[in-house]
Design a binder for this molecule. Structure first.
Ligand code: SF4
Length: 573
């Protein structure tokens, strides 16, 4: 496997082989993106300037048959948080990069001209990209397929990335060919836009360069694990993440009316069960895998009454932040918002949070979905002043509107969990070096990192520091292996990962070694952030969560600020 460094301005390309004694051997995904950012990006640089780098890195296990392991991490200094950032994504590209023998692409410098990067069998090339300027991801992917073939893998940006909006995403094409998967959080699409790269196109390779030292031994771990996952995640496969809509509302912790309330009286209209009925009735699809090796298959494809494609894939975070949070109560509107976000290349979480602040400030009526479509389809797509207001995230709109209730941490909008109710998630939001990001350590109902350990009741503070700490460590490992965190960031699974690594790389590491990988990554992320001016004092949620009780639970956020500040101290001991 190699790391490919591409100077996007001069078109110079360097290849670095990852040898068995390389410090990068066991670093993949988030581990590799964060290590390269830490080693090579000046912490105080302009995130959109030429000193920043954008890294796309496959996981350490990507390319292997380990279940759900075909994910790519995008990493950089984030224009949204100003700190280190990683966002990972499924889709076709990861497995294709692995087959080409590529662990990571490092995009360096900025190009004033729009380009595309083509990865065929006979050497990587940079090609002029002006013909694709301004295209949404859907049209762009159609044209790229027309030119380079149906079976390509694509990472791309939409108009929001080209305009360097801070909520811009990097899109990846899914197994049906739609640009529905996104490295969404942290505005990394705007970094790709600043580099002048509209798309990275990977052509299928004839011969795979993935090497597994002992495939038989590898399968002794991966095959039974895949069978267990397929069986135990059956309900999740049928309904996808949308199943959480009703549950989160029943827990009274779903963001509703810009986090004023935790339950939505119209939840039945936008529940996972309702979505499932609609998918079946209209002939859409469920149980779709977003990437090769996935055995859980939580994705879906939504069509209209005439069977025309509306969007892929409609998921919990999008539905909650653009549904209950904005008081929008019909699934077709949510599907349209999701499609427009995917097409423009905008993070649905950041966007829903941003519009929530605007509605709270009475700039738009609650529930006005037509206005939301207009913002996406006219304003953001054309980079108008209004588009800039809504395309740059929750924090910026909060400042511009002088809003009092701005749900963000370290510059990144909260995902769809009220931190006053879901206390463990509240700790993750406050302490993650990645900003408010549920995927950093998703401490929701029922998820425990260690069997037989008591982490206390969901809505009580007791046990939640341990819960969040352990989940954040194990999730960091998952992110570095290229594994979807739905397979479970647990202590038990760290053992399986050690076995898989040993079989793949002919090593003899232990579960503790694997956990140490996670610890080291978080350590360097914190250090980078501190050099960039984001200290541990910023480990907190916005004041309104401490002062204003969530309805109807009457719960407030009550973790001690000093305790949050010293949350990571044990990592440094
Ligand atoms: S479980 Fe869902 S998100 Fe994870 S890899 Fe499978 S389809 Fe993608």
């Amino acid at each position: 496997m190699k790391i490919v460094r591409i100077d996007v301005n001069s078109n110079k390309i360097d290849y670095e082989e990852i040898t068995s004694d390389s410090k990068y051997l066991l670093l993949g995904g988030r581990g590799l993106t964060s290590q390269i950012v830490y080693d090579e990006v000046p912490p105080n640089c302009d995130p959109l300037g030429p000193e920043n780098k954008l890294i796309l890195a496959n996981g350490t296990l990507t390319g292997s048959p380990f279940p759900n392991s075909a994910r790519t991490s995008a990493g950089s200094k984030s224009p949204l948080t100003n700190g280190i950032k990683e966002a990972n994504v499924g889709g076709r590209g990861a497995m294709m990069l692995a087959r080409h023998g590529i662990r990571a692409l490092v995009l360096q410098n900025n190009s004033p001209e729009l380009k595309i990067i083509l990865i065929p069998d006979d050497g990587i090339k940079l090609l002029p990209g002006n013909e694709y300027k301004g295209l949404g991801n859907y049209e762009l992917h159609r044209k790229l397929r027309e030119k380079f073939g149906e079976n390509i893998g694509i990472y791309s940006i939409g108009p929001a990335g080209e305009f360097m909006m801070k909520a811009a995403t990097i899109a990846a094409n899914d197994l049906e060919g739609y640009p529905s998967r996104h490295a969404a959080r942290g505005g990394l699409g705007s970094v790709m836009g600043s580099k002048g790269i509209k798309a990275i196109v990977i052509k299928p390779t004839k011969e795979s360069k993935v090497k597994i030292h002992d495939l038989k031994k590898f399968r002794e771990t991966s095959t039974p694990f895949a069978k267990i996952l397929a069986k135990t995640k059956e309900v999740f496969s049928t309904f996808g993440t949308s199943l959480m809509m009703r549950a989160m509302s029943e827990y009274q912790g779903i963001p509703t009316k810009n986090f004023r309330m935790g339950s939505f009286d119209k939840i039945a209209n936008i529940s996972g069960e309702k979505l499932h009925e609609l998918v079946i009735a209209r002939g859409g699809k469920n149980r779709l895998a977003c990437s090769p090796t996935c055995v859980i298959k939580c994705s879906n494809l939504i069509v209209d009454e005439d069977g025309n494609h509306l969007t892929s894939s409609l998921e919990y975070e999008t539905m909650a932040l653009n549904g209950s949070n904005l008081m929008i109560e019909d699934l077709d509107s949510l599907a349209k918002i999701d499609h427009l976000c995917d097409d423009n290349g905008i993070d649905t979480i950041e966007f829903g949070g941003t519009v929530g602040v605007a509605m709270d400030c009475r700039k738009i009526e609650w529930g006005n979905s037509q206005k939301v479509f207009e913002i996406l389809d006219k304003e953001i797509r054309n980079n108008t002043e209004i588009g800039k207001l809504y395309g740059n995230g929750v924090k910026i709109i909060g400042v511009k509107l002088n809003a009092k209730r701005v749900p963000q941490v370290k510059g990144q909008g909260l995902s769809a969990y009220d931190p006053r109710v879901f206390k463990g998630m509240g700790v993750t939001f406050a302490t993650s070096p990645q900003g408010a990001d549920h995927t950093s350590g998703a401490a929701i109902a029922g998820r425990v990192p260690r069997q037989n350990k008591d982490y206390g009741e969901l809505t009580k503070n007791e046990g939640k520091f341990d819960l969040s700490y352990e989940l954040q460590l194990y999730t960091t490992v998952m992110d570095s292996m290229g594994c979807c965190y739905f397979i479970g960031p647990s202590y038990e699974n760290m053992e399986l990962i050690a076995h898989a690594i040993n079989a793949m790389y002919d090593l003899n590491i232990t579960r503790d070694d694997v956990i140490d990988i996670g610890k080291n990554i978080i350590k360097i992320e914190i250090e980078f952030n501190e050099k960039a001016g984001i200290t541990q004092s910023s480990n907190d949620v916005p004041r309104f969560f401490r002062e204003e009780p969530s309805e109807p639970t009457d719960l407030k956020y009550t973790f001690n600020k000093e305790d949050l500040k010293s949350f990571w101290d044990k990592l440094r001991e």
